[in-house]
Design a protein around this ligand. Sequence first.
Ligand SMILES: Nc1ncnc2c1ncn2[C@@H]1O[C@H](COP(=O)(O)OP(=O)(O)OP(=O)(O)O)[C@@H](O)[C@H]1O
Length: 351
Amino acid sequence: MPLESLQIRSLRCIKNLQLQTHARWNWLIGANGAGKSTVLEALHILGTGQTWRHGPRNLLRDGESEYLLSARMPDHFLALRRRGEEREIRYDGESIHSAWELLDIMPLQSLHSENSHFVAGSAEDRRRIMDWGIYYVDAHYGQIFREYRRALAQRNAWLKQPHGQSPWDTALAEAGESIQQRRQDYLLRVEEPLQKLWAAWSGHADTLSLHVQNGWKEGLTLRESLLRDLESDREMGYTHSGPHRANLVFRIRQKLALDILSRGQLRVLGLAYRIAQLCLIQESGYQLPVILIDDFAAELDQSARIWWMDQLNRLGVQVFAAVTATDQIPAGEAGKQFYLAHGQLEKEIDR
Ligand SMILES: Nc1ncnc2c1ncn2[C@@H]1O[C@H](COP(=O)(O)OP(=O)(O)OP(=O)(O)O)[C@@H](O)[C@H]1O
């Protein structure tokens, strides 16, 4: 569901900004510090309830006491207000109590400084993006994932007890094994569109494969691993084994993609993986997410930019993409260009 407009009040450098958005391409153009990432971050907070930054969270504009974000979609209105630790989210006037609901209200996929180096980035980011994709094509995944998270939190709290067997291992192992199986099934499905995309971009039909290392010792069940690790888990105060420690690995011709591709090629491979996930969401008939791209041009040559833009055009998604100059935008597609400076809209061009 494309956004029709976005309003941001008191977020970082933005005092008050309103954008009438385009159903396809929305280019945010401006010098360093102009406020482009702040717009993307506002969308990310609206769609997930959280910031994408792992670092400082000084999101509130200096001197203000609360920030307010809202987006209009066809027939719907989503708003989020944050004051200190208090957060209020409303959808068509009704309160939203769990950020999980936002996954269905405003699906979005973000590519930002923290996660854009997907293949060469952190295992946590790869897991998060893989799980995000599974959520939209496997109707039971969200529920199992939440059960796992709950059992994990309870086991971690229980580890403070000095003796005894964990009462949470059965629930944790059942949900954990199911997550691992579903991830494997999903990656088999992603491989097909991914191989096609990669072959078309790289020009040769490399054998590309995806593997998920399960996050516990090979050859053991998760339950066996939990029993085996109990003493060290107690010492460390957290659970070592489980799908929360899994890793998604890319191989080309049986070798680790990380070892044989250049940085730019790795970035394209990560983008191709995300496009393949979108293809599966489209096949499942679920609404496609809004795509947020911080620094669209980073590490990509002109042909890779055009390839990426073509893929997103083929899917027909709504995109918000930041660039520092207009020459980084491949020519030709309909969309709006928003020129930002000091957190304000200076000019808007509709093509
Ligand atoms: N709490 C705050 N109050 C006011 N201004 C802030 C606050 N936090 C950050 N800023 C300012 O907001 C600006 C950051 O904007 P943003 O990160 O959106 O820029 P950008 O256009 O994405 O830049 P770049 O191209 O460098 O990534 C900086 O100028 C920063 O000093």
